[in-house]
Write a protein that binds this ligand. Sequence first.
Ligand SMILES: Cc1ncc(COP(=O)(O)O)c(C=O)c1O
Length: 399
Amino acid sequence: MQIRQKNQSCNFDNYPTCEKDIDPKQRAWIEVRGTAIEKNVRQLRSKLSKSCQFMAVVKADGYGHDARVVSEYAIKGGASQLGVATLKEGIKLRSSGVKKPILILGNLYTKKDLIMSFKNDLMPTISSIGECLICNNIGKHFGSQFSLHLKVDTGMSRLGFEHSKFIQQFEKIKYFENISIKGIYSHLSSADQENSLDPKSITQLQRIKFQELLKQINVDRNQIIKTHLANSAGMLLNENFHLHMVRIGLSMYGYNPLAKTDIGLSLQPALFLKVRVSFTRIIDKGVGVSYGGKFVSSRKTKLAVLSIGYADGIPRNLSGKINVIHKNKFYPQVGSITMDQMMVDITGSNEIKVGSTMILLGSDGDKTISPVDWARASNTIPWEILCSFKNRLPRVQVD
Ligand SMILES: Cc1ncc(COP(=O)(O)O)c(C=O)c1O
């Protein structure tokens, strides 16, 4: 008896204690499939002319997937430029060794931020002549040219030069000696709306407005300046939107932004959200489940407790509206989603046990659950679902 106790304490002492020793798949995690990104980019690229460039939009940490991994595989698939939202995102990508041109899609307006952008070889988006002047002074100071893109507002009313004043301002900007205009772009506000092919739609009017402006400044003469307008939806509408480059996010991650249109591509989701069962229990008929007891069992029910909740980025208003997959079978989530856990009705399953893995997003056999389904159920958009996942969920690359 004494000897056994000694051995046991010895084994226990040898267990690791550091955070780094925790298995990333111990609780809940996001699987990132780099090869899906690569294949999606290849497929999307096949819709573009050879000369049209593909900018992979990897802002918000690659729509929650991990910007470094997404960039690596997007480049393998044929992306020639990358788009981020912030200075920090751009610097992080450069530090990870990415060499391709990087455009910051958000606005930098202080001299300090613009100098940092210049020093890290990141191209800012410029929306005013004042910002252009700062960039020109920075280029001059360093005896060089500051590469940047000019943005024109054609109807989004977010960033960009005022459309009606752009030509006049461009006439001055084009003589600034210490900037190099690498692109002129605009952003579509409504390309994913059903009427976008209607000649009178906002999307078509934005395109015409932008193209007429480009004609007037005669940018095609100058091959250095890339013109770009299309996001995923714009690109998939038709080739009139492609210009010299497209800026692609959602479809590269595997989702069709044009809900009711068959785009003729088999895009693969690059993100799977998986979770462990941390406990199971059986409750009688008539028992409330989770906060507020809003779900009451209508029969003797077997529950699995999953280690994931709204603090991981699962919208709480999905409570009771989603399924979870285990071995090609759907199981309904029941009761309010809590901060760190949620319950699933697994009545009838003998296979699901403590430690089993269930799929919240992704597919198994012929069962699939996508962020598009979650977005519909929680009255939001798939972009928001993808960007909501917190860092508490480790990103695990699988290829
Ligand atoms: C300026 C800009 N371009 C391109 C994109 C990519 O859009 P999507 O994810 O619809 O392809 C975004 C995303 O919001 C954006 O802000």
